[in-house]
Structure formats: C-alpha cells, structure tokens
Design a protein around this ligand. Structure first.
Ligand SMILES: C[S@@+](CC[C@H](N)C(=O)[O-])C[C@H]1O[C@@H](n2cnc3c(N)ncnc32)[C@H](O)[C@@H]1O
Length: 301
C-alpha cells in the first residue's frame, strides 16, 4: 500500500519523483553492493579508510559492553572493521530484509558469540530502537545515507533516533563532503553502468507490483550534481511518450521527461555539525580520509 501511495503521489507531481528507498528489493540491494565495488564510487573506499583508522581506538572511546545498532546496514560489510570482544549485540536494521538476513548469517559465522538480530524497519518513519540493558548503545548510519533525505527530513530522522536511544549513547554518521563536480558525477555514473542498472531496476519493481508492461529500454539513467543545492540528483528519463497504470491511476510520461529517483546531498564539516546540534546531538569528534572526500562523525546523545 505504501509503495502504491508513494508512487501515485510522486508521479502525479509536476516534477516527478520516486523515493530512493524503493530501489532496495533483493536485486536492487545486489546492484548497490556492485556500485560500492566500482573504482569511481569513492564513498565506500573513503569511509572504510576512516573506519580502519579508528578501529583500534574503539575500546578506548567506549568502555564496557556495547550493543551496535546499524541503520540501513545493507551488506553489513563495514561493521566488521569495528567489532571487538566488547560488542555483545548487533542489530542490523534495513528495509531489504532478505538481503540483511543473508548478511547477518554470514556475520554470525565469523562471530559465533555475537548476538545478531536483523530487523525490517523503514527508518524514514517513526521507529524504536531495541533496548539492550547494561550496554552502551552505539548506532551507525554509514554510506552517506544521511544525504538521501528530501525536504530536510534528515533532521527529523536524527531527532527520532536521539529520542529512541536515550541519553549518553552514541551514533556514528558517515557524511559525504562537497567536492569537485566531476568526481561526484563520475561516482554516480560508473562506467560499468551499475548505477544505471540500480535505478532502472525501479521499472522492474513497478512492473512486478502493478502488472505494468513498461519496457526498460524506453528509459535511461543520468546522475547530475547540482552545485547550487549541493545535491547529486539521479533521474530516469523517458525516451518516448508513454503511459502506465499504478492501480487505477494513469501516469503519463512525455519524451525526455525526468523522474527523480536518487538524491545524495553533500555537506561541509560545519553544515553537518550544525545539523547534528540542531537535532539535539553533541558532536564529539570527526575524522576525515586523506583526500578529505568523506567525514565520519561521532555524536553523543
Ligand atoms: C546507501 S545504502 C548503504 C548501505 C551500507 N550502510 C553501506 O554503507 O554501504 C542504503 C541502505 O539503507 C537501506 N535503506 C534505504 N532506505 C531505507 C529506509 N527508509 N529504511 C530502512 N532501510 C533503508 C537500503 O536497503 C540499503 O541497504
């Protein structure tokens, strides 16, 4: 129902949109994992570089038993860098449950003593983080997902987690920084075309859910960085005049009409610190990679 409601609402607008969370069926999650392995896609590489740098410091930053909660955990690849013997629980939270269950299963093999509880939650709505007694909660929101919200919804998201985890707990947030347009656009238009496949998969998702017969070849993907609003915007462009139904609602697409399917807002250290403070978090520290492309922030509630 939500998919139907969101599609009808987004595709009825003058500037058509589809929320990026709908990319992540099992196939979409697999394409995203491929994107992260591409040379042009610097965010994963840079964030991992920072995580490697801080991994030895974790036992000094947080004392005693810990529970790790990761929002939008996907392949749960980065968390492995930080798990140590003080981590008693790991809760991967994602909208793509099948994918996350698989990742959790792999992780359990590597860390048999770790208690892992994968959860399907849509974090764009109000949600509650499970309460583990006698552990410090450390949340993770990695992969520059903080840039994927429309209309300042990131503030609501940060406020909600702050409320949910209570005082004296923590969150690490991975933040993509403003940089040269060419570098950003290359990252979101990789040469092997995985970003395009990832976005075009939305057409398959529409066909599957609404028995439409849209031809994927009648669309193309483009990723453009809008410097003025510090945002990478991904679009599906209709190559022809076409129409389709979402239940009873007929949607028309003109030739060359764009549907915005991706948003990746970029920050400065200052703009993210201000966002954190205005969401009732206290920035404790941040780390940068060598090229200063990416920042990892530690915030305290
Ligand atoms: C940009 S990927 C990041 C994946 C991983 N954290 C990383 O750093 O590589 C976003 C992840 O968040 C999940 N996701 C996207 N929107 C979501 C939502 N509204 N609620 C829960 N999970 C969501 C996706 O399924 C995907 O695994």
């Amino acid at each position: 129902m939500t998919l139907q409601k969101d599609l009808v609402s987004g595709l009825s607008k003058k500037k058509k949109t589809i929320p990026s969370k709908y990319h992540y069926d099992l196939q979409g999650s697999k394409y995203f994992e491929k994107i992260t392995q591409q040379k042009e896609y610097y965010p994963t590489r840079k964030e991992k570089e920072i995580l490697q740098k801080i991994s030895k410091k974790i036992p000094y930053i947080f004392k005693g038993p810990l529970s790790f909660v990761e929002l939008g955990s996907g392949a749960a690849d980065k968390i492995k860098i930080l798990i140590n013997k003080n981590v008693k629980f790991y809760v991967p939270i994602d909208i793509s449950l099948d994918f996350v269950k698989k990742s959790a299963f792999k992780l359990k093999k590597k860390y048999p003593k770790l208690k892992i509880k994968p959860l399907k939650i849509d974090y764009s709505k109000a949600f509650k983080i499970p309460n583990f007694k006698k552990t410090t909660k450390v949340c993770f929101f990695l992969g520059s997902s903080i840039g994927n919200f429309h209309d300042n919804e990131e503030k609501k998201f940060l406020i909600n987690i702050r409320k949910s985890i209570g005082k004296n707990n923590y969150i690490f947030v991975g933040v993509d920084l403003i940089k040269n347009t060419r570098i950003i656009e290359k990252a979101y238009n990789d040469r092997k075309g995985y970003t395009a496949k990832f976005s075009l998969n939305l057409i398959n998702i529409i066909n599957k859910n609404f028995k439409s017969r849209l031809n994927i070849n009648n669309f193309k993907y483009i990723g453009i960085y809008n410097k003025k609003i510090r945002s990478l915007q991904g679009f599906l462009v209709s190559k022809i005049n076409q129409s389709f139904f979402i239940k009873n609602k007929k949607i028309f697409l003109k030739k060359n009409e764009k549907i915005q399917v991706e948003i990746s807002n970029k920050f400065t250290v200052k703009s993210f610190s201000n966002l954190a403070k205005s969401s009732n978090w206290t920035p404790i520290k941040y780390w940068l990679d060598k090229q200063r492309y990416f920042a990892l922030f530690l915030l305290k509630s």
